[in-house]
Design a protein around this ligand. Structure first.
Ligand code: ARG
Ligand code: ZN
Length: 504
């Protein structure tokens, strides 16, 4: 195993006196005197750094093949109460005031949504609400808390295709929630602030929403925190202002995003800007006390993006970055356009553990974030792809070969199909490594050229959408020009894969 040495950048600029924004580079054109990047008035033309513009017609849950919505759920086999029938959220305005002393949120979530069928009532996913008031197109309605649903009668029955503005004014005292996956998720208050970890069912614990990955939307986050505190969400910082005792941070995510990919941090952060390959903006969030410690991880990021650009196609979103929260160790999450890690996992030297985490969450920006799973049982489309990408990086960095790793994993794999996990297994061996060997077997079956071409096209052509395993298989057959029914029956759906790789 090669040991890889990374030189800590000596070009860091001195901290500015702003509440947390600076550049990673000494280049005055980048760092500048500005305390906060000015709002971007002219958005970059679509396609400059990315293969396709965000889709304007997100797929409503009810059109996902194989998913039959229930009375108040999208029809997810693993999470029947998640999602809501008859709605397609286009945009969320998430406005929250967070008081860390009381661990309390006062919020207003505005949703621009389309009805996908005639409805007299809609539901949203919401648990733990202390208070709630709802308007539809500006008209107050008598919404009912029927946790985990918020039932919202429409002032007049709506037709399919009708667009509504729903605003929920609410309060919650958010906390980590038990999830059937076996780990807590939702909102975490920490010593130095807070963070969210929503995957798969935690977003509804702190904001009313359509909490299912089949429904992607754009977001504006307006977060009010005590003056001197920094709030970080997905996307781009478009405004930062002071409002007496509070600071207001406004972040905008234009790319279609699922609720489980929301990033929301509060604390003593610095926002560090940098530039990646092809001018890709990098926006990192690092605790002020950790800036020096995290520099090697920020420094390796452009190189990693470049590596995956070559394999998987142009980086599919508008920006990237790393965020290191004061969360418990072992946490890593592919929050959209800015992945979330625990500072505790990045205290020592750069090594196998750190590179694995960094590569894994970066690959998710293609597989999971650009193209998302339509149902939670399709989670291998996220985790196996990110695991395989992680192996490709580790081979490149000299830690091990993909072939050796795949053979080790094949020998250890427990029985069970990667495409049919139980809720408790969703984040288990077969969703990660067990499915990564399916991809390795596919690569050996169709050859490198067809395999990587197919992976590139999968992210680029489905960017902004949510897809099922069956849609992936159909796509793989079309892209490679091969009938793969037997392959997927043998490698993906069977309880046990063959003992050896094809053509190995
Ligand atoms: N998607 C994350 C990853 O990259 C795992 C998140 C698991 N969820 C949780 N609540 N811990 O592997
Ligand atoms: Zn993952």
């Amino acid at each position: 195993m090669l040991s890889v040495v990374f030189v800590v950048s000596t070009t860091m600029v001195a901290c500015t006196s702003d509440p947390g924004v600076r550049s990673a580079r000494a280049d005055p054109a980048i760092s500048g005197p500005a305390t906060v990047p000015p709002p971007e008035t002219t958005p970059a033309p679509p396609g400059t750094t990315t293969p396709s513009a965000p889709s304007t017609v997100p797929m409503p849950a009810s059109t996902v093949p194989g998913m039959v919505p229930t009375d108040d759920g999208a029809g997810d086999l693993l999470f029947p109460s998640l999602g809501n029938p008859g709605i397609d959220v286009l945009h969320y305005d998430v406005g929250i005031s967070y008081d860390p002393d009381r661990d309390a949120i006062d919020g207003v979530v505005g949703l621009d949504l389309l009805l996908t069928e005639p409805r007299a009532e809609i539901t949203l996913d919401a648990v733990n609400l202390k208070t709630w008031e709802v308007t539809v197109n500006g008209q107050a309605v008598a919404a009912q808390d029927d946790s985990p649903e918020l039932r919202i009668p429409l002032p007049t029955p709506g037709a399919a295709g009708e667009q509504l503005r729903v605003e929920v004014t609410y309060s919650v005292e958010p906390s980590p929630m038990d999830s059937p996956i076996g780990f807590p998720n939702s909102w975490f208050n920490t010593e130095g602030g807070s963070y969210v970890l929503n995957e798969p069912d935690g977003a509804r614990g702190w904001m009313p929403c359509n909490d299912h990955p089949s429904d992607k939307a754009s977001y504006t986050f307006t977060v009010r925190v005590p003056a001197g505190t920094v709030a970080v969400a997905n996307g781009e910082l478009v405004e930062q202002r002071n409002d007496g005792a509070l600071d207001v941070w406004v972040w905008q995510e234009d790319r279609p995003m699922t609720t489980y990919l929301i990033l929301l941090l509060t604390g003593d952060y610095e926002i560090i800007t940098d530039t990646g390959p092809d001018g890709l903006p990098l926006i990192h969030a690092v605790l002020r006390s950790d800036v020096e410690q995290m520099q090697p991880y920020l420094d390796i990021t452009p190189e990693m993006i470049e590596f995956f650009d070559d394999l998987f196609g142009p980086y599919p979103l508008d920006r990237y970055g790393l965020a290191f929260s004061d969360s418990f160790g072992g946490l890593a999450m592919e929050t959209q356009e800015r992945s979330l890690f625990s500072r505790d996992d990045f205290t020592g030297e750069m090594g196998e553990y750190q590179e694995t985490f960094l590569a894994h969450e970066l690959v998710h920006q293609y597989y999971g974030n650009a193209v998302s799973p339509a149902r939670w049982q399709d989670i291998w489309l996220n985790e196996s792809f990110a695991t395989y990408g992680e192996w490709l990086w580790m081979e490149h960095a000299g830690y091990f070969t993909v072939d050796d790793q795949a053979n080790l994993v094949l020998a250890q794999r427990p029985p069970g199909s990667s495409a049919d996990p139980s809720v408790q297994e969703m984040f288990g061996f077969n969703s990660y490594m067990g499915g990564a060997i399916v991809l390795h077997a596919l690569r050996l079956t169709v050859g490198d050229d067809a395999f990587f071409e197919m992976l590139r096209r999968w992210a680029a052509e489905n960017n902004g959408e949510s897809r099922t395993t069956q849609q992936f298989i159909t796509f793989a057959e079309e892209s490679t020009g091969q009938s793969l029914t037997d392959f997927f029956d043998t490698w993906l759906f069977a309880d046990r894969p063959p003992d050896e790789f094809p053509n190995g």
